[in-house]
Design a protein around this ligand. Structure first.
Ligand SMILES: [Fe+2]
Length: 432
């Protein structure tokens, strides 16, 4: 499937029978053509405005049986009229656009200027409240992003670390409050992809894993500080290299590989009196690997501290499950399975097992294909059976607890395109 140009106004008298599906997004709709309409390729997805739909299609869509979920769309696919399902923040932690805001052409251009890659869009059918309970409170995230960015910009060696410490404290308190459920890491991750948000995610992921490891608050703060600052050295690497979509040269790779050392030196030279060795070790060692294949020192085994490995696991998971300029995000289950294969290779096995208890391979809302051929949406997880979630079938709306129905397994998560097509069919009540 490919998404093409918006529907022109002269095409508004379209009849329902030339569509094979439609997905409503605010006053806008993604429409799939069967090919019967002149000038449109079969299977093409066209963005059009709801008012252009024929009454029969509109009726079919609006009387569909239940809600669609909010949807993550690349900024290149946004059209005016779509509504944001989550707020968007700039690099300095400032709110660019709030949840519920209707997008305009200038807003979309602004998002491009701010290099935002993708945003969560409300489905018009998704009128139920987005589940914000499971997400790190937005004010904690904003404060954290703002403080770390300001601190990095102003850090000439004289700055106190206290604003960053305060942010980590808020994140630790948030996680200690127990608001983050067993669904875990996937649910505290941000939808957006940029360095400061990544730092906040890695901090929150690390603290969450640290809590499950058994660390008390004092230790969690050390882990959180090291994790939030883990990529500080990237501020010394050129943006062209960091954002290069093509393969890096050996020289460019060497520069990237120096970022743990850059960060460590920045901190040790200016702030060693405010930081403990554990936090500094995390910054220096977050790319070291259990088998010695990491950098910058190539240390291995127990030479790498457990807190450093916890941050490394959080870093890898967050990076894999976030869109990057050079590739799309991995689905959570693929990232989970890849990390599970790294036990005693890249990471200590005991900590990989800890990671596995903190992350769901199929987070709530994931659309999945079952071994029966049916498609469903994950509605809950069984903590001790991570690959056997509770799934609500799309066709029948029947709930299947794979923790009890042992003859059925999840074959795989649906790709973005498959999920979109499934929701389109679903919205129209079309079972084919
Ligand atoms: Fe890094």
């Amino acid at each position: 499937m490919k998404i093409t140009s918006p529907l022109a106004s002269h095409e508004k008298d379209l009849q329902a029978d030339i569509f094979t599906g439609a997905h409503l997004l605010g006053p806008t709709v993604l429409v799939e053509f069967s090919g019967a309409f002149p000038g449109r390729e079969p299977g093409t997805i066209v963005v059009c405005v709801k008012k252009y739909l024929s009454p029969s299609l509109l009726l079919r869509v609006e009387t569909s049986r239940r809600t669609c979920q909010d949807m993550k769309l690349p900024v290149s696919h946004l059209t005016p009229g779509m509504k944001l399902a989550r707020p968007i923040y700039g690099l300095k932690g400032q709110m660019l656009l709030n949840r519920g805001v209707e997008l305009t052409t200038s807003y979309i251009l602004g998002l491009r200027r701010h290099k935002i890659l993708a945003v969560m869009i409300e489905s018009i059918l998704g009128l139920d409240e987005h589940d914000t309970e499971n997400i790190l409170e937005e004010n904690v995230r904003i404060q954290a992003m703002a403080s770390i960015e300001t601190w990095v910009q102003n850090n000439k060696g004289q700055q106190k670390l206290s604003p960053v410490m305060d942010s980590v404290n808020s994140i630790v308190d948030e996680i200690l409050s127990g608001k983050i459920p067993s669904g875990g890491l996937a649910e505290i991750s941000t939808a957006d992809a940029y360095t400061f948000a990544h730092s906040i995610d890695v901090c929150a992921f690390s603290v969450y894993m640290g809590l499950n490891y058994g660390y008390q608050k004092k230790a969690l703060l050390k882990l959180g500080i090291g994790s939030i600052l883990h990529d500080l050295g990237k501020t010394k690497v050129s943006l062209e290299i960091l954002n290069k979509p093509d393969k890096l040269t050996d020289q460019e790779m060497d520069e990237i590989k120096n970022h743990p050392l850059f960060g460590y030196n920045m901190l040790i030279n200016n702030l060693s009196d405010q930081l403990c060795d554990t936090s500094l070790d995390i910054v220096l060692g977050h790319h070291e690997r259990y088998n010695g294949s990491g950098y910058p020192k190539g240390i291995k085994g127990d030479e790498i501290g457990d807190m450093t490995t916890i941050c490394a696991l959080a870093d890898v998971y967050s990076a894999m499950t976030t869109d990057r300029v050079y590739r799309r995000a991995f689905p959570a289950n693929e990232a989970y399975e890849l990390i599970m294969t790294c036990g005693d290779l890249d990471f200590k096995m005991r900590l990989v097992r800890l990671f596995a208890t903190c992350v769901c391979p199929y987070p709530v809302d994931t659309l999945v294909l079952l071994s029966t051929g049916e498609m469903g949406q994950v509605t809950a997880n069984n903590r001790n059976l991570p690959f056997r979630p509770v799934v609500t079938l799309i066709e029948s709306e029947e709930q299947v607890d794979l923790g009890k129905e042992l003859s059925v397994v999840v074959k795989r998560a649906l790709t973005d395109d498959e999920a979109k097509a499934a929701l389109i069919r679903y919205a129209l009540g079309n079972k084919s």
